[in-house]
Design a binder for this molecule. Structure first.
Ligand code: ATP
Length: 232
């Protein structure tokens, strides 16, 4: 089943000046697509365009999964200063209309998994950056959306949290969720992604499975890192 269809002709921050051009791909049930490219290539702009947050966009975005829900997990945590971790979780649950019982059991599981049980009634403004990032993961996983859109998850998480995140993501994919993930950590991306969208200078330079990307850059058996360098 297809969960997301992205077809951006152009998008950017000013009407006269587009930052990204002709970005198109489809995300299927259970699939993990890696959005890869150098600094300033247009990954965040692509994500913002999918979320409807760019000033101007010419194109179409369709969330076509069973619920149409998606979770955005940003690189920089976005949290309210005066709300506790638990209050953030309750807010997410009510915004997405989660049933109380399933919310409580899911919330408990996630707090234990990410080792934040003890601080659930504390204000996240007092947490470390990695702890704040874990809250963003918890809020995403809480709502079990069709699609996860994750912006650079690996910077700031400790190795245990990274593993917990990847394990949970795998479970969600087995449930049928699709994931679009932007990252610079290419060895991890190579290991976990089903396919890639490589962007450079606002345009797609290669797209598809690792073998397809290799073929497009003429480097058979090369690691993603080498394909990235030859294309960008
Ligand atoms: N808020 C903004 N206003 C104007 N231009 C922006 C804004 N955000 C990004 N840009 C420009 O858009 C282009 C693409 O930036 P973008 O943030 O999408 O890149 P990126 O691939 O996510 O880079 P990075 O890997 O560094 O996060 C850059 O030239 C950048 O200067």
């Amino acid at each position: 089943m297809q969960l997301l269809e992205v077809s951006i002709r152009k998008a950017g921050y000013e009407e006269q000046y587009s930052v990204i051009h002709d970005i198109g791909f489809r995300l299927q049930e259970g699939e993990l697509i890696g959005l890869i490219g150098p600094n300033g290539a247009g990954k965040s702009t692509t994500i913002k365009s999918i979320l409807g947050l760019t000033k101007h966009m010419d194109g179409a975005i369709h969330f076509t999964g069973p619920t149409g829900n998606y979770a955005y997990i940003p690189e920089q945590p976005i949290l309210y200063d005066s709300m506790t971790l638990w209050e953030h979780m309750e807010l997410a649950a009510s915004a997405y209309g989660l049933e109380r019982e399933s919310f409580l059991s899911r919330a408990e599981e996630l707090l234990i998994q990410f080792r934040l049980s003890e601080v659930r009634h504390h204000l996240p403004s007092s947490f470390s950056k990695g702890m704040q990032q874990k809250i963003m993961l918890i809020l995403g996983f809480l709502i079990r959306p069709d699609v996860y859109i994750v912006d650079e998850p690996f910077v700031g998480l400790d190795p245990k949290a990274t593993k917990d995140f990847l394990d949970l993501l795998l479970l969600e994919r087995k449930r049928g969720a699709g994931v679009l993930m932007s990252t610079h950590v290419l060895d991890t991306a190579e290991r976990i992604c089903d396919s890639f969208v490589l962007i450079s200078d606002g345009r797609i330079v290669a797209q598809g499975t690792l073998d397809e990307v290799r073929a497009q850059c003429g480097l058979h058996d090369a690691p993603l890192f080498e394909c990235f360098h030859s294309l960008t």
